[in-house]
Design a protein around this ligand. Structure first.
Ligand code: FDA
Length: 394
């Protein structure tokens, strides 16, 4: 006997931030929606985000804080569902929040509140969740998408790919979105780990002994720079400044670290005039954590009283501290990456509603798409905004 096929207006694959937002808005518009996720609970990445407090948006959200092959792509969706719109939603649910730093908004309580809010926004009579069962087949025929999960098949004229990217596979993250995208003729921009610690090898392994030391720096790669903290790890470099710059880094490029972002190049010469008997070692040690200053001074290989050192040598030392070049030999990979850069190419999608140009009824949203935000709530804002954009069209 053939199994019954249940019909919906749209099937959303993935119950993460993007999928849940899309389901909630489409459900509120009266559409019948099925959300399918192989995980046993929805919004797992939301739950662990922001150290359990979810950095749910950033008040400085702007298109230039996102990476994509098409840097204009995110503009439309971001302008139609803004950080303020999400804050209004959070306020309507009486979820207390605070700004931590750099416009990053976090729950005062728990990330669980954000998942509960999104689920509460899904009208029960319009949104059904199917959790904990793998998807065995996705097909398209006669204008309908069919999705099979165990012994159940559902069909709809719209299918939304919201299965995210492969970062943190141990949480159930997969590259399924790319498999589906390719199957339906969408191009994939090579996925790569982003917001990820960088690893050091060769001579630079000596910096691993600084594991646990952090300092406020400016980290740069090419023309991009971030002023935040850097942290040495037992594998290399991490901390917000490094995670941010990792999204712009490619193999073979140096990452430049300014360990003294508030000092001008002439600061040691000025200090020499004021305190000629001060040791260079002491001058640097006063500005940096002890273990870090010792390692950097060793590498600079310059010792003695400031008064006995030539101005040129002092300027060279200051320049070195302001322009320290690391040559990372890799990243800690998808296992440690907060997000995946690359993904379903925006070239085949409408920036207005995320629909595939060549495949009517197919949509891709959230991290599955080649749009990657900076650290600090930008990736969730993209999940909400792209989910909202697609929901208007379902
Ligand atoms: P998301 O990955 O959230 O959801 C995809 C869903 O699809 C998952 O539920 C998954 O189970 C499901 N799925 C995957 N493969 C499937 C398959 N084959 N079959 C069925 N279902 C499948 N961002 C931010 O803005 N602020 C923050 O504080 C943080 N913090 C943070 C911490 C950590 C540790 C990580 C790893 C990431 C963050 N992020 C973040 C990034 C943020 O979590 C991420 O960008 C969004 O969750 C992306 O939302 P999506 O809904 O697109 O994918």
């Amino acid at each position: 006997m053939t199994k019954p096929v249940t019909a919906y207006d749209a099937i959303i694959l993935g119950a993460g931030g993007a999928g849940l937002m899309c389901a909630a808005i489409a459900g509120q518009r009266g559409k019948n929606i099925l959300v399918i996720d192989h995980a046993a609970e929805p919004g797992k990445k939301i739950l662990i985000s922001g150290g359990g407090r979810c950095n749910f948006t950033n008040i400085h959200t702007a298109p230039d804080r996102f990476l994509s092959e098409n840097r204009h792509f995110a503009k439309s969706a971001l302008s139609r569902y803004t950080a303020t719109d999400f804050v209004d939603l959070v306020n309507r649910h009486n979820i207390a929040w605070h700004e931590k730093t750099l416009g990053q908004l976090f729950c005062d309580g728990s990330a669980k509140q954000i998942v509960a809010m999104l689920l509460a926004e899904c009208p029960e009579n319009h949104v059904k969740l199917s959790l904990g069962m793998p998807i065995s087949d996705v097909s398209h025929a006669d204008g309908e998408y069919c999705v099979t999960c165990g012994d159940r098949t559902a069909k709809a004229s719209s299918l939304v790919i919201a299965t995210g990217g492969p970062s943190i596979p141990k949480m159930g993250a997969t590259g399924f979105a790319y498999e589906l995208g390719r199957k339906f003729g969408l191009k994939i921009v090579e996925p790569r780990p982003a917001l990820v610690p960088l690893t050091l090898g060769g001579e630079e392994t000596l910096f691993r002994s600084l594991s646990g030391v952090s300092a406020p720096v400016i980290a740069s790669c090419g023309k991009t720079a971030f002023r935040e903290a850097a942290l040495f790890t037992h594998k290399g470099l991490s901390g917000p400044a490094i995670l941010q710059i990792s999204s712009y880094w490619q193999h073979g490029l140096p990452v430049t670290v300014n360990f003294l972002p508030d000092r001008a190049i002439g600061w040691l010469v000025d200090l020499k005039r004021a305190q000629p008997r001060m040791q260079l070692k002491k001058a640097i040690a006063e500005c940096l954590p002890a273990r870090l200053s010792e390692t950097l001074i060793d590498r600079i290989a310059l010792t003695g009283d400031l008064g006995n050192l030539a101005d040129r040598k002092l300027e060279d030392a200051a320049r070195r501290l302001a322009d320290w070049r690391f040559m990372p030999n890799g990243t800690e990979g998808f296992a440690k990456a907060e997000v995946t850069a690359g993904g379903i190419s925006t070239a085949g999608l409408s920036s207005k509603n995320m629909e595939a140009r060549q495949m009517p009824g197919l949509y891709a949203i959230g991290e599955a798409v080649d749009v990657t935000g900076w650290l600090g709530g930008y990736n969730f804002q993209w999940a909400w905004a792209s989910g909202y954009a697609a929901a208007q069209a379902l």
